[in-house]
Design a protein around this ligand. Structure first.
Ligand code: FAD
Length: 426
């Protein structure tokens, strides 16, 4: 069978490798870190959330973003320092506002398909990733936000999602660990949560069992096209001293290539003559270790999304609670800033005062986001080059579906057939 190289072993690269293996391809995954799932697929919000499928291309996002520009603890931060990448992305983001409705419905459909695939994979490969199928609860503190959410809910329902409004009392009944009075909420019983890093590592191990080769500590630097195939060259960070490569690069030949390189996909695409305008939208999380019985009792099991604070939560087993949020447009900077972590710790203390906050692990990651907020699942200009990238705030939720789409595209291209559409998942 043909040999396909996948660049990147985050959630999209590993699910792509798996979908290709299931179609009988030989697969090699090249990853610059020592393990799978070490960049954005490391400590995200954990939500497998069709209920969060609303794209951000809405006039209200721009207005909120402008009003937040002066606040250091705002959920969305924009560094106004001029930069071509950022401004080209923002102008394309604004140009997508007329497609807000269509793109939200399409993302919902994709997310519903994706979670079915992901559950099947986890069961087939027996992956333990602290999966909690208890639903996701969106909470709103004022009438205006709730009314907007009611309009969004109509779009999510159009995409096929079963999601309904709940009162403040019902919020407490669904998740007894919550306190206070809310204007209202929306509950999606079919959504769930889990540890993306554990899943990615578990699936990478399953891929190896199925015959995939993983080359770690290897940064792809050059891609050439001799004849119909693809040659991929990488520099190893643990290269043997007696390596006989003259330029320090090692090389592998393949019949095709899938780029799943997260925020690095734009640079790789550029080298391949393609334009994939992924921007790194930074976010933060904290993982609170629940070492004592009181903390374990006080932390919620049902996943939450607090609309006002733009914070999401996931319970990762009995002893870990993940809280994530914020969006920052500030380039490839991954510094963990204390003033951006504080809103997450303050929020946790305020809503769940019974949790002891002595062991809190902060993290930051860069969401690989397209201006349309739809993942980029396309063939490139050069023969047998493909992309499965740009999943933004929903890569964990969507990757099990987009990997099926891209694997089917690879299969059809190598068999000399036409294209499959986003809706055409088998
Ligand atoms: C704070 C935060 C919260 C989030 N919460 C959620 C959530 O609740 N639900 C959800 O669905 N999504 C969430 N997301 C988004 C989700 O985590 C991402 O969309 C997803 O992890 C992206 O996966 P990826 O495989 O595309 O990228 P990555 O995980 O970054 O993987 C790309 C890989 O490519 C490798 N690579 C890049 N260049 C090269 C090269 N030249 N050579 C070799 N290897 C290379 C990198 O090392 C990396 O391992 C969140 C993101 C953040 C930041």
């Amino acid at each position: 069978m043909p040999h396909i190289v996948v660049i990147g072993a985050g959630i999209t690269g590993v699910t792509t490798a798996y979908s290709l293996l299931r179609r009988g391809f030989n697969v090699t995954v090249i990853e610059r870190h020592r393990y799978a799932g070490m960049e954005t697929s490391f400590a995200n919000g954990g939500q497998l959330s069709a209920s969060n499928a609303e794209v951000w291309n809405h006039a209200s996002t721009i207005l909120k973003g402008l009003s937040w520009m002066m606040r250091k603890d705002a959920p969305l931060l924009f560094n106004p320092f001029p930069n071509w990448h950022k401004f080209s992305w923002i102008s394309e983001f604004v140009a997508q506002i007329p497609h807000y409705r269509r793109n939200t419905v399409e993302t919902t459909r994709l997310a519903i398909q994706a979670r079915r695939y992901l559950f099947e994979i986890a069961e087939r490969e027996k992956i333990d990733f602290n999966h909690e199928r208890r639903g996701i609860l969106h909470i709103y503190r004022d009438r205006r936000a709730f009314e907007h959410a009611t309009c969004v809910n109509a779009l999510l329902r159009e995409g096929g999602l079963d999601r309904h409004a709940v009162t403040s009392e019902e919020i407490h009944a669904i998740e007894p660990a919550t306190h206070g009075v809310y204007y209202g909420g929306f509950f999606t019983p079919s959504d769930s949560t889990g540890d993306i890093h554990k899943f990615t590592r578990g699936l990478a191990a399953a891929c190896e069992r199925l015959g995939a080769r993983f080359i770690y500590d290897a940064s792809v630097e050059r891609i050439t096209h001799p004849g119909a195939g693809v040659d991929v060259s990488w520099r190893s960070s643990v290269a043997a001293e007696d390596s006989d490569c003259r330029d320090g690069l090692e090389r592998i030949s393949a019949d095709g290539l899938v780029v799943c390189a997260g925020t690095a996909s734009r640079t790789i695409a550029d080298r391949l003559g393609d334009r994939v305008n992924v921007y790194p939208v930074k976010g933060y999380s904290i993982t609170v270790h629940l070492d004592d019985e009181r903390s374990q009792r006080s932390a919620p099991w049902v996943s939450l999304l607090d609309d006002k604070a733009k914070i999401v939560t996931s319970r990762l087993g009995i002893d870990r609670f993940r809280v994530a949020g914020t969006a920052e447009f500030n380039g490839f900077n991954k510094d963990i800033r204390a003033d951006r972590i504080r809103p997450l710790t303050d929020w946790t203390r305020e809503l769940f005062p019974g949790i002891e906050m002595t062991k809190v692990v902060p993290w930051s990651g860069l969401r690989p986001m397209m201006p349309s907020m739809l993942p980029y699942v396309q063939a490139g200009r050069r023969p047998n080059v493909f992309y499965n990238t740009g999943h933004g705030h929903l890569g964990w939720t969507l990757s099990a579906a987009t990997s099926e789409i891209v694997a089917e595209k690879v299969k059809q291209a190598l068999a000399g057939r036409g294209r499959v559409s986003m809706r055409g998942i088998p």
